[in-house]
Design a protein around this ligand. Structure first.
Ligand SMILES: C[S@@+](CC[C@H](N)C(=O)[O-])C[C@H]1O[C@@H](n2cnc3c(N)ncnc32)[C@H](O)[C@@H]1O
Length: 241
């Protein structure tokens, strides 16, 4: 393992970031046909795959989740098949899967895969999962994996579609850190805009190719107040825990 980075405590998780911004996201994607929601990094006890697949079902999006860990991928398959037998769960490296992906256009991609090495220790089972597949658990590997994944989808996400990262934050100099350390600047340079950031998750939108009125909608958007309230509530709770 390489150096340990100090990570701020996560207040809003990536799947919450997506669901709390639903009215805005829905306004861009709900009228489209043949679109997909791809989650890279299936749930590991937290319920993201379950919640996000239900959301995809409600919006008639195809749902795909991908995980490099065999057990996690088979658990995810059971979860998504209960929601819709046509939904997919793949045991694969997310960056490789996305590179070869040529299915329905991507409306939403949630990138929350290769784990960081932070001051929040990993469970033994997580460390073993990387050992089993001979992958060195390192921050550089996490940055590279999320950058590769972003390069693979940069043009596969529809105009107005979304990319969400979990485990990302800004340091004191304003630089992005965490899983999206290099992927976020890459997407910003390639037609994507930041829509909502709350420690430690980030929602971005592909804005190149949008019509003038849609661009105005992007510019006017303010995240719902309940996200700020949830952040404050958890922040306060963290002082007393
Ligand atoms: C933090 S968990 C995902 C949690 C889930 N997305 C959520 O919001 O609760 C990270 C997952 O990414 C998986 N993973 C690690 N490297 C990967 C890779 N290169 N491609 C796909 N999945 C990967 C791990 O096996 C682990 O299950």
């Amino acid at each position: 393992m390489d150096e340990v980075i100090i990570a701020p405590k996560s207040m809003i998780h990536g799947d919450e970031m997506i669901l709390l911004n639903r009215p805005y996201i829905d306004s861009f994607v709900s009228q489209k046909n043949k679109i997909a929601f791809i989650e890279v990094g299936s749930q590991r006890g937290t319920g993201s795959t379950s919640r996000l697949s239900v959301y995809a079902q409600e919006l008639k999006m195809h749902f795909i989740t991908v995980d490099a860990d065999a057990d996690n991928a088979s658990g995810a398959a059971e979860i998504v098949h209960r929601v819709n037998p046509a939904f997919e769960a793949h045991h694969a490296l997310g960056e490789v899967f996305l590179d070869g992906y040529n299915g329905d256009s991507i409306a939403i991609c949630y990138l929350d895969a290769f784990d960081l090495v932070t001051d929040w220790p990993h469970k033994e089972s997580t460390i073993n999962s990387y050992k089993i597949r001979n992958a060195e658990l390192s921050n550089q590997a996490a940055y590279d994996m999320h950058l590769k994944a972003s390069k693979s989808i940069v043009d596969k996400v529809i105009s107005g579609g979304f990319v969400c990262f979990d485990d990302v934050w800004k340091d004191r100099s304003g630089n992005w850190q965490g899983k999206g350390k290099t992927a976020i600047p890459y997407l910003l340079d390639n037609g994507y805009k930041i829509i909502c950031y709350v420690q430690n998750s980030l929602l971005m939108q592909r804005v190149d190719g949008l019509q003038e009125d849609e661009m105005q909608k992007v510019g006017r958007y303010r995240a719902p107040g309940k996200i700020g309230l949830l952040y404050l509530k958890r922040r306060l709770a963290s002082f007393f825990s």
